[in-house]
Design a protein around this ligand. Structure first.
Ligand code: NAD
Length: 415
């Protein structure tokens, strides 16, 4: 963001609005555990900018969630909502805790305590949270319920990512992958590339990565490799994501059909022409499209030069370091940045918010066609900016987002 702010030659007053969030709220959540002990958890809600609409962004439960991380993520959300031009600003929340060390009842206590701590700062027209790392639809349901209890209101639009039975939207679970898929299809179409001749490697086989693997496989792309936290599988002839999903369900890992931990059935792998690969190796495989869909900072100055893909679609948040980005510019690798590539999730959250406010229930087809329209408009705005200014897609996306935010801030008289 700082590089783009510099290049856009903003005034000092304009720059200041991108340097610090509007509000940083901090609280300590006191939770009584089932063993009778009490823990205190640092909790944050950072509201970066609401010039374009209510603050919007997930809440993560993670041991490393701290003020700096939540601040950086809140700024990215403001850019993301502006890139796809939905009427939201950007925010983010976090609770510093390890949910794996808490019982289900204790996690519910954390969720409800978070809402009580920040209830004056959130609301359907103020700030609408959503799920993020380690927070689930069930947690969103407890949060909505607590908000409605505390405010004695009916407020389904206060939070998104809720279960379908409690005000969620159809298509929210697949939205991130679906949005990325629409962008990729549009790019390949424009470049007259045939999916049947394109190979793809996907790091991460969770919500974003697994759905993406299915969409690509069904559209005729050859998915040559997938991985999860325990490593991955590679076959130059392609793998079937349905089969991988089935075995992951049974064994807990994408390599589960062939390997138990690090012990693999070599004979069976030879027969299927499959190799076991590490999460470092998957990034450097020969393929046309690389999709990081797991962790941040996995593509760095150390491995960027070895990456063979010509297209990188960032479904994960922040998978590429700025140094790697600079290397890709010299290698003519096209990176579709996270603030555009994974914006399908927040776009369908916007549809959920709209449904919550109006009482309507959209069909799956409605969600799908609106998502396609919104995300492709965002993509086209970024592509135009990249061409006009002769900059990377990441630079162009930030530039589009910042300009849209500035426009709203001027109308509001903040500048
Ligand atoms: P998830 O928890 O469903 O899946 C994460 C996947 O990454 C799992 O398959 C896990 O095994 C794998 N993984 C974990 N550690 C790994 C490692 N060291 N190496 C390789 N793989 C590893 O998460 P998700 O919702 O799919 O999110 C993935 C990424 O996409 C994150 O960066 C997230 O911020 C981003 N994202 C997700 C959404 C969404 O709606 N789900 C929206 C925007 C961005």
């Amino acid at each position: 963001m700082h590089i783009v702010v510099k290049k856009l030659q903003l005034t000092d007053a304009e720059k200041a609005l991108f340097e610090e969030p509007q509000f940083i709220h901090k609280k300590s959540l006191k939770i009584k555990k089932e063993d009778g002990s009490t823990i205190e958890l640092p909790a944050f809600r950072v509201q970066f900018n609401n010039a374009r609409g209510p603050f919007k962004g997930g809440i993560r439960f993670h041991p490393l969630a701290d003020e700096d991380e939540v601040k950086a993520l809140a700024a990215l959300m403001a850019i993301k909502t502006a890139v796809v031009n939905i009427p939201f600003g950007g925010g983010k929340g976090g609770v510093q805790c390890n949910p794996k060390e808490l019982t289900k009842a204790e996690v519910q206590k954390v969720a409800r305590a978070y809402i009580r701590a920040f209830q004056d700062h959130i609301g359907p027209d103020i700030d609408c949270p959503a799920p993020d790392v380690n927070t689930t639809p069930a947690i969103m349901a407890w949060m909505r319920d607590e908000y409605e209890k505390q405010t004695k209101s009916y407020s389904p639009a206060v939070i998104t990512g809720k279960p379908l039975a409690f005000g969620g939207s159809l298509g929210r679970d697949t939205a991130t992958a679906r949005g990325g898929f629409f962008i990729l299809q549009e790019m390949m179409d424009r470049e007259a590339l045939d999916p049947e001749e394109l190979t793809v490697a996907i790091q991460g086989f969770g919500n974003a990565g697994a759905h993406m693997a299915h969409y690509l496989h069904n559209a005729g792309y050859t998915v040559v490799a997938v991985s999860d936290s325990q490593g991955g599988v590679y076959s130059p002839e392609g793998i079937d994501p349905v089969r991988i999903q089935k075995y992951k369900g049974k064994t807990g890992s994408v390599a589960g059909e062939y390997c138990e931990g690090s012990v693999c059935d070599i004979g069976r792998m030879k027969m299927d022409n499959v190799q076991h690969i590490t999460n470092e190796e998957i990034l450097e495989l020969p393929c046309d499209i690389l999709i990081p869909a797991a962790l941040d900072n996995v593509i760095t100055a150390d491995n960027a030069k070895n990456i063979k893909a010509k297209y990188i679609l960032e479904l994960a948040n922040g998978p590429t370091t700025p140094e790697a980005d600079a290397i890709f510019e010299t290698m003519n690798v096209r990176v579709i940045p996270d603030v555009l590539a994974n914006a399908g999730g927040v776009t369908v959250s916007y549809f959920e918010w709209t449904q919550g406010r109006s009482g309507e229930q959209w069909t799956k087809e409605q969600v799908d066609s609106e998502l396609k329209r919104v995300i492709l408009e965002g993509y086209k705005a970024v592509r135009r900016e990249a061409r006009r200014e002769k900059v990377s897609y990441r630079h162009a996306a930030f530039s589009v987002g910042i300009k849209r935010m500035l426009e709203a801030m001027k109308v509001r008289g903040w500048l």
